[in-house]
Design a protein around this ligand. Structure first.
Ligand code: ZN
Ligand code: MN
Length: 491
Protein backbone atom coordinates (compact mmCIF):
# COMPACT_ATOMS: atom_id res chain seq x y z
CA UNK A 1 0.00 0.00 0.00
CA UNK A 2 0.97 3.61 -0.56
CA UNK A 3 3.65 5.33 1.59
CA UNK A 4 3.43 3.17 4.68
CA UNK A 5 -0.36 3.30 5.06
CA UNK A 6 -2.50 0.31 5.90
CA UNK A 7 -6.23 -0.31 5.59
CA UNK A 8 -8.39 -1.54 8.46
CA UNK A 9 -11.58 -3.23 7.33
CA UNK A 10 -14.37 -4.93 9.26
CA UNK A 11 -17.29 -6.70 7.61
CA UNK A 12 -20.96 -7.10 8.45
CA UNK A 13 -23.08 -9.56 6.53
CA UNK A 14 -26.85 -9.98 6.78
CA UNK A 15 -27.82 -13.42 5.49
CA UNK A 16 -31.43 -14.46 5.16
CA UNK A 17 -31.91 -17.89 6.71
CA UNK A 18 -33.62 -20.26 4.27
CA UNK A 19 -36.75 -21.04 6.29
CA UNK A 20 -40.18 -21.57 4.70
CA UNK A 21 -41.83 -19.18 7.12
CA UNK A 22 -40.90 -15.97 8.93
CA UNK A 23 -39.05 -15.78 12.23
CA UNK A 24 -41.95 -14.92 14.56
CA UNK A 25 -45.10 -15.87 12.61
CA UNK A 26 -46.33 -18.49 10.12
CA UNK A 27 -46.29 -16.22 7.04
CA UNK A 28 -44.39 -17.46 4.00
CA UNK A 29 -40.87 -16.01 3.87
CA UNK A 30 -41.26 -15.25 0.18
CA UNK A 31 -40.15 -11.84 -0.84
CA UNK A 32 -41.20 -10.96 -4.39
CA UNK A 33 -44.76 -12.28 -4.12
CA UNK A 34 -47.71 -9.90 -4.63
CA UNK A 35 -46.92 -6.95 -2.28
CA UNK A 36 -48.17 -7.49 1.28
CA UNK A 37 -49.60 -10.93 0.43
CA UNK A 38 -47.49 -12.64 3.10
CA UNK A 39 -48.49 -10.69 6.17
CA UNK A 40 -50.44 -11.22 9.41
CA UNK A 41 -51.05 -9.27 12.63
CA UNK A 42 -47.63 -10.30 14.00
CA UNK A 43 -45.48 -9.11 11.10
CA UNK A 44 -47.75 -6.10 10.51
CA UNK A 45 -47.08 -5.10 14.11
CA UNK A 46 -50.75 -4.88 15.07
CA UNK A 47 -51.45 -4.22 18.76
CA UNK A 48 -51.70 -7.32 20.93
CA UNK A 49 -50.08 -9.69 18.43
CA UNK A 50 -47.38 -11.87 20.00
CA UNK A 51 -44.23 -13.26 18.39
CA UNK A 52 -43.43 -17.00 18.54
CA UNK A 53 -39.91 -18.08 17.62
CA UNK A 54 -39.66 -20.35 14.54
CA UNK A 55 -37.69 -23.45 15.55
CA UNK A 56 -36.14 -23.82 12.12
CA UNK A 57 -34.49 -20.39 12.50
CA UNK A 58 -32.57 -21.87 15.44
CA UNK A 59 -31.65 -24.98 13.39
CA UNK A 60 -30.39 -23.04 10.40
CA UNK A 61 -28.78 -20.41 12.61
CA UNK A 62 -26.86 -23.19 14.37
CA UNK A 63 -25.69 -24.65 11.07
CA UNK A 64 -24.54 -21.23 9.90
CA UNK A 65 -22.74 -20.57 13.19
CA UNK A 66 -20.91 -23.90 13.12
CA UNK A 67 -19.96 -23.46 9.45
CA UNK A 68 -18.38 -20.13 10.38
CA UNK A 69 -16.47 -21.48 13.37
CA UNK A 70 -18.62 -19.63 15.93
CA UNK A 71 -19.54 -20.83 19.43
CA UNK A 72 -23.25 -21.20 20.01
CA UNK A 73 -24.22 -19.60 23.30
CA UNK A 74 -26.32 -21.51 25.79
CA UNK A 75 -28.56 -18.51 26.38
CA UNK A 76 -29.27 -15.64 24.05
CA UNK A 77 -31.66 -12.74 24.49
CA UNK A 78 -33.89 -11.07 21.94
CA UNK A 79 -33.96 -7.30 22.28
CA UNK A 80 -35.92 -4.46 20.77
CA UNK A 81 -33.91 -2.12 18.58
CA UNK A 82 -35.97 1.04 18.38
CA UNK A 83 -36.08 3.25 15.34
CA UNK A 84 -38.69 4.82 13.13
CA UNK A 85 -38.88 4.03 9.49
CA UNK A 86 -41.93 3.45 7.27
CA UNK A 87 -41.00 -0.16 6.51
CA UNK A 88 -40.76 -1.07 10.20
CA UNK A 89 -44.38 -1.33 11.37
CA UNK A 90 -43.71 -1.97 15.07
CA UNK A 91 -41.33 0.97 15.41
CA UNK A 92 -38.67 -1.47 16.54
CA UNK A 93 -36.83 -4.46 15.15
CA UNK A 94 -36.52 -7.63 17.21
CA UNK A 95 -32.80 -8.34 17.21
CA UNK A 96 -30.16 -9.51 19.68
CA UNK A 97 -27.81 -7.16 21.44
CA UNK A 98 -25.55 -7.98 24.38
CA UNK A 99 -26.26 -11.72 24.40
CA UNK A 100 -26.15 -12.91 20.81
CA UNK A 101 -26.96 -16.40 19.53
CA UNK A 102 -23.32 -17.14 18.71
CA UNK A 103 -19.97 -15.44 19.23
CA UNK A 104 -16.14 -15.66 19.34
CA UNK A 105 -15.45 -17.48 16.12
CA UNK A 106 -12.28 -18.03 14.17
CA UNK A 107 -12.65 -18.71 10.49
CA UNK A 108 -9.81 -19.64 8.17
CA UNK A 109 -10.27 -18.36 4.65
CA UNK A 110 -8.03 -18.69 1.60
CA UNK A 111 -7.09 -15.35 0.11
CA UNK A 112 -4.85 -13.85 -2.57
CA UNK A 113 -4.13 -10.39 -3.90
CA UNK A 114 -4.97 -9.73 -7.59
CA UNK A 115 -2.89 -7.89 -10.14
CA UNK A 116 -4.12 -5.14 -12.48
CA UNK A 117 -5.71 -7.70 -14.80
CA UNK A 118 -7.52 -9.36 -11.91
CA UNK A 119 -5.26 -12.41 -11.92
CA UNK A 120 -4.88 -13.96 -8.46
CA UNK A 121 -1.53 -14.62 -6.83
CA UNK A 122 -0.99 -17.58 -4.56
CA UNK A 123 -3.92 -18.32 -2.23
CA UNK A 124 -2.83 -18.47 1.40
CA UNK A 125 -4.77 -19.20 4.58
CA UNK A 126 -5.80 -16.27 6.76
CA UNK A 127 -7.55 -16.38 10.14
CA UNK A 128 -10.49 -14.02 10.58
CA UNK A 129 -12.05 -13.33 13.97
CA UNK A 130 -15.83 -13.38 13.80
CA UNK A 131 -17.18 -11.51 16.79
CA UNK A 132 -20.75 -12.67 16.56
CA UNK A 133 -23.69 -13.87 14.55
CA UNK A 134 -26.99 -12.84 16.05
CA UNK A 135 -30.52 -13.61 14.93
CA UNK A 136 -32.99 -10.90 13.98
CA UNK A 137 -35.97 -10.07 11.82
CA UNK A 138 -35.71 -8.17 8.57
CA UNK A 139 -37.64 -4.95 7.91
CA UNK A 140 -40.04 -4.51 4.99
CA UNK A 141 -39.17 -2.61 1.88
CA UNK A 142 -40.03 0.86 0.68
CA UNK A 143 -40.76 1.02 -3.02
CA UNK A 144 -40.36 4.38 -4.71
CA UNK A 145 -42.13 5.10 -7.94
CA UNK A 146 -40.12 6.65 -10.74
CA UNK A 147 -36.78 8.42 -10.61
CA UNK A 148 -35.83 10.26 -7.41
CA UNK A 149 -36.42 13.68 -9.04
CA UNK A 150 -39.91 12.80 -10.24
CA UNK A 151 -40.77 10.67 -7.26
CA UNK A 152 -44.41 11.16 -6.37
CA UNK A 153 -45.42 8.03 -4.49
CA UNK A 154 -43.75 5.65 -2.11
CA UNK A 155 -45.19 2.27 -1.17
CA UNK A 156 -44.42 -0.15 1.60
CA UNK A 157 -44.17 -3.88 0.93
CA UNK A 158 -44.14 -5.88 4.16
CA UNK A 159 -43.59 -9.34 2.67
CA UNK A 160 -39.99 -9.11 3.80
CA UNK A 161 -40.87 -7.80 7.28
CA UNK A 162 -40.13 -10.60 9.74
CA UNK A 163 -38.03 -12.80 7.46
CA UNK A 164 -35.17 -14.29 9.51
CA UNK A 165 -31.63 -12.97 9.29
CA UNK A 166 -28.28 -13.92 10.71
CA UNK A 167 -26.07 -10.84 11.14
CA UNK A 168 -22.41 -11.84 10.97
CA UNK A 169 -19.90 -9.31 12.31
CA UNK A 170 -16.12 -9.65 12.04
CA UNK A 171 -13.32 -7.95 13.94
CA UNK A 172 -11.48 -5.31 11.85
CA UNK A 173 -9.07 -7.98 10.59
CA UNK A 174 -8.95 -7.30 6.85
CA UNK A 175 -6.08 -5.31 5.41
CA UNK A 176 -7.10 -5.30 1.76
CA UNK A 177 -10.19 -5.22 -0.42
CA UNK A 178 -9.35 -8.66 -1.86
CA UNK A 179 -9.25 -10.21 1.60
CA UNK A 180 -12.76 -8.85 2.20
CA UNK A 181 -13.79 -10.13 -1.23
CA UNK A 182 -12.49 -13.65 -0.51
CA UNK A 183 -14.15 -13.58 2.91
CA UNK A 184 -17.61 -12.71 1.58
CA UNK A 185 -17.34 -15.40 -1.09
CA UNK A 186 -16.26 -17.89 1.55
CA UNK A 187 -19.25 -17.03 3.74
CA UNK A 188 -21.65 -17.20 0.82
CA UNK A 189 -20.43 -20.61 -0.20
CA UNK A 190 -20.48 -22.25 3.24
CA UNK A 191 -23.95 -20.86 4.00
CA UNK A 192 -25.24 -22.35 0.73
CA UNK A 193 -23.27 -25.54 1.33
CA UNK A 194 -24.90 -26.27 4.71
CA UNK A 195 -28.32 -25.09 3.48
CA UNK A 196 -28.51 -22.20 5.97
CA UNK A 197 -29.10 -19.52 3.32
CA UNK A 198 -29.55 -19.18 -0.43
CA UNK A 199 -27.00 -16.36 -0.03
CA UNK A 200 -27.94 -14.85 -3.39
CA UNK A 201 -26.83 -11.21 -3.47
CA UNK A 202 -28.92 -10.43 -6.54
CA UNK A 203 -32.07 -11.45 -4.68
CA UNK A 204 -30.91 -9.49 -1.66
CA UNK A 205 -30.80 -12.49 0.65
CA UNK A 206 -27.15 -11.75 1.37
CA UNK A 207 -26.20 -8.14 1.98
CA UNK A 208 -22.84 -6.86 3.11
CA UNK A 209 -21.42 -3.71 4.62
CA UNK A 210 -17.80 -2.75 5.08
CA UNK A 211 -16.27 -0.48 7.72
CA UNK A 212 -13.15 1.08 6.28
CA UNK A 213 -10.44 3.24 7.79
CA UNK A 214 -6.73 3.70 7.16
CA UNK A 215 -3.76 4.40 9.42
CA UNK A 216 0.01 4.63 9.23
CA UNK A 217 1.63 1.24 9.78
CA UNK A 218 2.72 1.06 13.43
CA UNK A 219 0.03 3.50 14.61
CA UNK A 220 -1.77 2.03 17.63
CA UNK A 221 -5.25 3.49 17.41
CA UNK A 222 -7.80 3.58 14.66
CA UNK A 223 -8.67 6.68 12.65
CA UNK A 224 -12.21 7.66 11.64
CA UNK A 225 -14.01 4.92 9.79
CA UNK A 226 -16.49 5.11 6.97
CA UNK A 227 -19.33 2.66 6.50
CA UNK A 228 -19.97 1.36 2.98
CA UNK A 229 -23.54 0.20 2.36
CA UNK A 230 -25.89 -1.08 -0.34
CA UNK A 231 -23.13 -3.05 -2.01
CA UNK A 232 -25.07 -5.33 -4.29
CA UNK A 233 -22.31 -7.53 -5.61
CA UNK A 234 -19.04 -8.79 -4.13
CA UNK A 235 -17.13 -7.18 -6.97
CA UNK A 236 -18.72 -3.76 -6.38
CA UNK A 237 -17.93 -4.15 -2.71
CA UNK A 238 -14.29 -4.80 -3.51
CA UNK A 239 -14.13 -1.79 -5.83
CA UNK A 240 -15.84 0.42 -3.26
CA UNK A 241 -13.37 -0.59 -0.54
CA UNK A 242 -10.43 -0.04 -2.87
CA UNK A 243 -11.68 3.40 -3.83
CA UNK A 244 -12.36 4.29 -0.22
CA UNK A 245 -8.84 3.30 0.91
CA UNK A 246 -7.31 5.57 -1.74
CA UNK A 247 -9.71 8.42 -0.98
CA UNK A 248 -8.95 8.34 2.75
CA UNK A 249 -5.18 8.13 2.32
CA UNK A 250 -5.36 11.08 -0.05
CA UNK A 251 -7.48 13.06 2.42
CA UNK A 252 -5.15 12.36 5.36
CA UNK A 253 -2.09 13.27 3.32
CA UNK A 254 -3.53 16.57 2.15
CA UNK A 255 -4.85 17.46 5.60
CA UNK A 256 -8.53 17.09 4.77
CA UNK A 257 -10.87 15.60 7.37
CA UNK A 258 -12.26 12.13 6.89
CA UNK A 259 -15.78 12.30 8.28
CA UNK A 260 -17.58 9.46 9.96
CA UNK A 261 -20.34 8.77 7.48
CA UNK A 262 -22.14 6.17 5.42
CA UNK A 263 -21.21 6.01 1.75
CA UNK A 264 -22.58 4.16 -1.27
CA UNK A 265 -20.94 2.75 -4.35
CA UNK A 266 -21.75 4.86 -7.39
CA UNK A 267 -21.43 2.32 -10.17
CA UNK A 268 -21.81 4.83 -12.96
CA UNK A 269 -18.99 7.09 -11.81
CA UNK A 270 -16.83 4.34 -10.29
CA UNK A 271 -16.56 6.02 -6.90
CA UNK A 272 -18.15 6.09 -3.46
CA UNK A 273 -20.48 8.92 -2.54
CA UNK A 274 -22.03 10.08 0.70
CA UNK A 275 -25.40 8.65 1.76
CA UNK A 276 -25.71 10.18 5.22
CA UNK A 277 -23.45 11.59 7.87
CA UNK A 278 -23.18 9.96 11.29
CA UNK A 279 -24.33 13.13 13.00
CA UNK A 280 -27.86 11.82 12.81
CA UNK A 281 -26.66 8.53 14.33
CA UNK A 282 -29.42 6.66 16.08
CA UNK A 283 -29.67 5.81 19.71
CA UNK A 284 -31.51 2.53 19.41
CA UNK A 285 -32.47 2.29 23.10
CA UNK A 286 -32.10 -1.47 23.12
CA UNK A 287 -33.99 -3.37 25.82
CA UNK A 288 -34.92 -7.04 26.24
CA UNK A 289 -37.99 -8.11 24.25
CA UNK A 290 -40.64 -8.76 26.94
CA UNK A 291 -42.73 -11.01 24.68
CA UNK A 292 -40.01 -13.61 24.10
CA UNK A 293 -38.28 -15.96 26.52
CA UNK A 294 -34.50 -16.07 26.52
CA UNK A 295 -33.44 -18.58 23.88
CA UNK A 296 -31.83 -21.62 25.54
CA UNK A 297 -29.84 -24.07 23.50
CA UNK A 298 -28.80 -27.41 25.00
CA UNK A 299 -25.45 -29.12 24.45
CA UNK A 300 -27.36 -32.11 22.99
CA UNK A 301 -28.95 -29.84 20.42
CA UNK A 302 -25.56 -28.48 19.37
CA UNK A 303 -24.15 -32.02 19.17
CA UNK A 304 -27.08 -33.14 17.02
CA UNK A 305 -26.61 -30.26 14.57
CA UNK A 306 -22.86 -30.96 14.46
CA UNK A 307 -23.57 -34.59 13.58
CA UNK A 308 -25.88 -33.47 10.75
CA UNK A 309 -23.32 -31.08 9.27
CA UNK A 310 -21.89 -32.06 5.89
CA UNK A 311 -18.14 -32.03 5.34
CA UNK A 312 -17.32 -28.37 4.66
CA UNK A 313 -15.84 -27.35 1.29
CA UNK A 314 -12.35 -26.45 2.56
CA UNK A 315 -12.02 -29.74 4.42
CA UNK A 316 -13.22 -31.54 1.31
CA UNK A 317 -10.72 -29.65 -0.85
CA UNK A 318 -7.84 -30.66 1.45
CA UNK A 319 -9.03 -34.27 1.46
CA UNK A 320 -9.23 -34.31 -2.36
CA UNK A 321 -5.66 -32.98 -2.54
CA UNK A 322 -4.47 -35.57 -0.06
CA UNK A 323 -6.33 -38.72 -1.14
CA UNK A 324 -6.61 -38.08 -4.86
CA UNK A 325 -3.35 -36.18 -5.38
CA UNK A 326 -5.09 -33.21 -6.98
CA UNK A 327 -3.59 -29.72 -7.25
CA UNK A 328 -4.95 -26.92 -5.06
CA UNK A 329 -6.47 -25.26 -8.14
CA UNK A 330 -8.24 -28.41 -9.36
CA UNK A 331 -9.49 -29.41 -5.92
CA UNK A 332 -10.74 -25.85 -5.27
CA UNK A 333 -12.62 -25.82 -8.53
CA UNK A 334 -14.23 -29.17 -7.78
CA UNK A 335 -15.53 -27.96 -4.40
CA UNK A 336 -16.78 -24.66 -5.79
CA UNK A 337 -20.16 -26.36 -6.02
CA UNK A 338 -21.52 -29.08 -3.75
CA UNK A 339 -23.10 -31.10 -6.57
CA UNK A 340 -19.94 -30.92 -8.64
CA UNK A 341 -17.88 -32.14 -5.68
CA UNK A 342 -20.21 -35.10 -5.15
CA UNK A 343 -20.23 -35.85 -8.87
CA UNK A 344 -16.45 -35.87 -8.90
CA UNK A 345 -16.11 -38.14 -5.91
CA UNK A 346 -18.54 -40.71 -7.33
CA UNK A 347 -16.71 -40.66 -10.67
CA UNK A 348 -13.29 -40.94 -9.05
CA UNK A 349 -14.31 -43.93 -6.93
CA UNK A 350 -16.25 -45.76 -9.66
CA UNK A 351 -13.52 -45.28 -12.27
CA UNK A 352 -10.62 -46.02 -9.95
CA UNK A 353 -8.82 -43.14 -11.62
CA UNK A 354 -9.18 -39.89 -9.63
CA UNK A 355 -6.69 -37.83 -11.64
CA UNK A 356 -8.20 -38.57 -15.04
CA UNK A 357 -11.67 -38.08 -13.53
CA UNK A 358 -10.69 -34.60 -12.35
CA UNK A 359 -9.23 -33.70 -15.74
CA UNK A 360 -12.26 -34.94 -17.61
CA UNK A 361 -14.75 -33.24 -15.33
CA UNK A 362 -12.94 -29.89 -15.18
CA UNK A 363 -12.26 -29.63 -18.88
CA UNK A 364 -14.44 -31.82 -21.10
CA UNK A 365 -17.55 -32.23 -18.97
CA UNK A 366 -17.53 -28.62 -17.75
CA UNK A 367 -17.35 -27.40 -21.34
CA UNK A 368 -20.23 -29.65 -22.40
CA UNK A 369 -22.32 -28.55 -19.41
CA UNK A 370 -21.60 -24.87 -20.04
CA UNK A 371 -22.60 -25.23 -23.69
CA UNK A 372 -25.87 -26.85 -22.65
CA UNK A 373 -26.50 -24.26 -19.90
CA UNK A 374 -26.42 -27.01 -17.29
CA UNK A 375 -24.53 -27.81 -14.08
CA UNK A 376 -23.37 -31.01 -12.39
CA UNK A 377 -26.78 -31.07 -10.72
CA UNK A 378 -28.61 -31.75 -14.02
CA UNK A 379 -25.77 -33.29 -16.00
CA UNK A 380 -27.06 -35.42 -18.90
CA UNK A 381 -24.23 -37.87 -18.19
CA UNK A 382 -24.30 -39.59 -14.82
CA UNK A 383 -21.14 -39.93 -12.72
CA UNK A 384 -21.38 -43.72 -13.17
CA UNK A 385 -21.51 -43.39 -16.95
CA UNK A 386 -18.59 -41.01 -17.02
CA UNK A 387 -16.67 -43.44 -14.80
CA UNK A 388 -17.38 -46.22 -17.31
CA UNK A 389 -15.90 -44.06 -20.07
CA UNK A 390 -12.82 -43.30 -17.98
CA UNK A 391 -12.35 -47.01 -17.26
CA UNK A 392 -12.50 -47.79 -20.98
CA UNK A 393 -9.88 -45.12 -21.53
CA UNK A 394 -7.70 -46.43 -18.69
CA UNK A 395 -7.90 -49.99 -20.03
CA UNK A 396 -6.57 -48.75 -23.37
CA UNK A 397 -9.75 -49.76 -25.20
CA UNK A 398 -10.14 -46.26 -26.60
CA UNK A 399 -7.74 -43.33 -26.97
CA UNK A 400 -7.97 -39.89 -25.39
CA UNK A 401 -9.23 -37.98 -28.44
CA UNK A 402 -11.88 -40.56 -29.16
CA UNK A 403 -12.93 -40.50 -25.48
CA UNK A 404 -13.62 -36.76 -25.78
CA UNK A 405 -15.71 -37.36 -28.87
CA UNK A 406 -17.62 -40.12 -27.06
CA UNK A 407 -18.34 -37.80 -24.13
CA UNK A 408 -19.77 -35.13 -26.45
CA UNK A 409 -22.08 -37.75 -27.95
CA UNK A 410 -23.03 -39.10 -24.52
CA UNK A 411 -24.01 -35.57 -23.46
CA UNK A 412 -26.05 -35.02 -26.60
CA UNK A 413 -27.83 -38.39 -26.64
CA UNK A 414 -27.81 -39.50 -23.01
CA UNK A 415 -26.47 -42.88 -24.16
CA UNK A 416 -23.90 -44.91 -22.21
CA UNK A 417 -20.20 -44.94 -23.07
CA UNK A 418 -20.36 -48.55 -24.33
CA UNK A 419 -23.30 -47.77 -26.63
CA UNK A 420 -21.61 -44.74 -28.20
CA UNK A 421 -18.28 -46.53 -28.64
CA UNK A 422 -19.95 -49.47 -30.35
CA UNK A 423 -22.07 -47.22 -32.59
CA UNK A 424 -19.08 -45.18 -33.70
CA UNK A 425 -16.80 -48.20 -34.06
CA UNK A 426 -14.28 -46.54 -31.74
CA UNK A 427 -13.03 -49.63 -29.98
CA UNK A 428 -9.30 -49.36 -29.77
CA UNK A 429 -7.28 -52.32 -31.02
CA UNK A 430 -5.09 -53.53 -28.16
CA UNK A 431 -5.02 -57.14 -29.28
CA UNK A 432 -1.33 -57.69 -30.02
CA UNK A 433 -1.80 -60.36 -32.66
CA UNK A 434 -3.91 -57.95 -34.76
CA UNK A 435 -1.30 -55.21 -34.37
CA UNK A 436 1.58 -57.58 -35.07
CA UNK A 437 -0.03 -58.44 -38.38
CA UNK A 438 -0.26 -54.76 -39.35
CA UNK A 439 3.37 -54.15 -38.29
CA UNK A 440 4.59 -57.14 -40.32
CA UNK A 441 2.95 -55.65 -43.42
CA UNK A 442 4.47 -52.20 -42.81
CA UNK A 443 7.96 -53.68 -42.38
CA UNK A 444 7.61 -55.80 -45.50
CA UNK A 445 6.48 -52.82 -47.59
CA UNK A 446 9.08 -50.31 -46.36
CA UNK A 447 12.39 -52.13 -46.55
CA UNK A 448 14.41 -49.00 -47.44
CA UNK A 449 13.28 -47.27 -44.22
CA UNK A 450 13.80 -50.45 -42.21
CA UNK A 451 17.39 -50.69 -43.39
CA UNK A 452 18.01 -47.00 -42.68
CA UNK A 453 16.57 -47.37 -39.17
CA UNK A 454 18.63 -50.45 -38.45
CA UNK A 455 21.63 -48.55 -39.84
CA UNK A 456 21.23 -46.00 -37.05
CA UNK A 457 18.59 -43.47 -38.23
CA UNK A 458 16.45 -43.76 -35.10
CA UNK A 459 14.32 -40.78 -36.04
CA UNK A 460 12.51 -43.06 -38.46
CA UNK A 461 10.75 -44.74 -35.55
CA UNK A 462 8.04 -42.11 -35.69
CA UNK A 463 7.46 -42.90 -39.35
CA UNK A 464 6.67 -46.53 -38.49
CA UNK A 465 4.33 -45.51 -35.67
CA UNK A 466 2.52 -43.18 -38.06
CA UNK A 467 2.18 -45.86 -40.72
CA UNK A 468 0.87 -48.41 -38.25
CA UNK A 469 -1.67 -46.00 -36.76
CA UNK A 470 -2.84 -45.03 -40.23
CA UNK A 471 -3.21 -48.66 -41.30
CA UNK A 472 -5.31 -49.36 -38.19
CA UNK A 473 -7.63 -46.44 -38.91
CA UNK A 474 -6.36 -44.68 -35.80
CA UNK A 475 -7.70 -47.43 -33.57
CA UNK A 476 -4.48 -49.18 -32.58
CA UNK A 477 -3.41 -48.70 -28.98
CA UNK A 478 -0.29 -46.52 -29.32
CA UNK A 479 1.40 -48.15 -26.33
CA UNK A 480 1.06 -51.63 -27.82
CA UNK A 481 2.15 -50.32 -31.25
CA UNK A 482 5.33 -48.90 -29.73
CA UNK A 483 6.21 -52.11 -27.96
CA UNK A 484 5.69 -54.30 -31.02
CA UNK A 485 7.57 -51.93 -33.35
CA UNK A 486 10.61 -51.79 -31.05
CA UNK A 487 10.71 -55.54 -30.89
CA UNK A 488 10.27 -56.17 -34.62
CA UNK A 489 12.52 -53.37 -35.84
CA UNK A 490 15.31 -54.55 -33.59
CA UNK A 491 15.41 -57.36 -36.12
ZN1 ZN B 1 -46.80 -12.74 9.55
MN1 MN C 1 -28.90 -6.00 11.54
Amino acid sequence: MKNGWEAIIGMEIHAQLATETKIFCGCAANFGDEPNANTCPVCLGLPGALPVLNENVVNLGAKAALALGLNINETSIFSRKNYFYPDLPKGYQISQYDQPFSSNGTLTIMTAERDETGRAGEFKPMKIRIERMHLEEDAGKNVHEGLPETDKYSYVDLNRAGTPLGEIVTAPDFRSSWQAYDYVNHVRRVLQWVGASDADMEKGNLRCEANVSVRKIGEGKFRTKVELKNLNSVRFMQKAIEFEIERQIEAHETGETVNQETRLWDEKNNRTRIMRSKEDAHDYRYFPEPDLQPLKVTAEFVERVKAEMPELPDAMRDRFMESYELSYADASQLVSDKDLAAFYETTAKASGNPRVSANFILSELTRELNNAGKTAHDSPVSAENLAALIKTLGAGEINNNKAKEVLTEMCASGKSAAEVIAEKGFEQISDSSAIQKIVDDIIANNQTQVNAYRGGNEKLFGFFVGQTMKASGGKANPKVVNEILREKLAG
